[in-house]
Design a protein around this ligand. Structure first.
Ligand SMILES: [Zn+2]
Length: 114
């Protein structure tokens, strides 16, 4: 028992290297996708509504109007990819209907054209 007690001060002075690495990795991941939580902010909800009103609840691609705002998307014309100046720029946001937003627009983004 005396030997175990003498080990204690040595062990407690060692740096927990593995846990440091894990924390850094998790933090990097969190920061990379941090912008996702911007969509949950009151600031975004207000911006989205302003854009839908500005565009007259009308899809800026096909011209379809929808009174149900849950089916309308506030779409970033230029993909923001986490860039706050593009994300929060009202002039970079347009009203799109569900079909236009989920169809051609997203296919183009995946190809990296937008
Ligand atoms: Zn449309």
């Amino acid at each position: 028992m005396a030997r175990l007690k003498s080990l204690k001060p040595v062990v407690s002075s060692l740096k927990p290297r593995i846990s440091y690495l894990k924390v850094d990795y998790d933090q990097t991941r969190r920061e990379r996708y941090d912008w996702r939580k911007w969509y949950g902010l009151a600031r975004w909800k207000a911006l989205r509504l302003r854009v839908l009103e500005r565009d007259g609840f009308t899809c800026q691609d096909c011209g379809r109007m929808d009174h149900d705002t849950s089916r309308l998307h506030a779409d970033h014309k230029r993909a923001h990819r986490g860039d706050p100046s593009l994300f929060w720029d009202e002039q970079n946001v347009q009203c799109l209907c569900e079909r236009c937003h989920n169809g051609a627009k997203q296919r183009a983004e995946r190809r990296g054209r937008v």
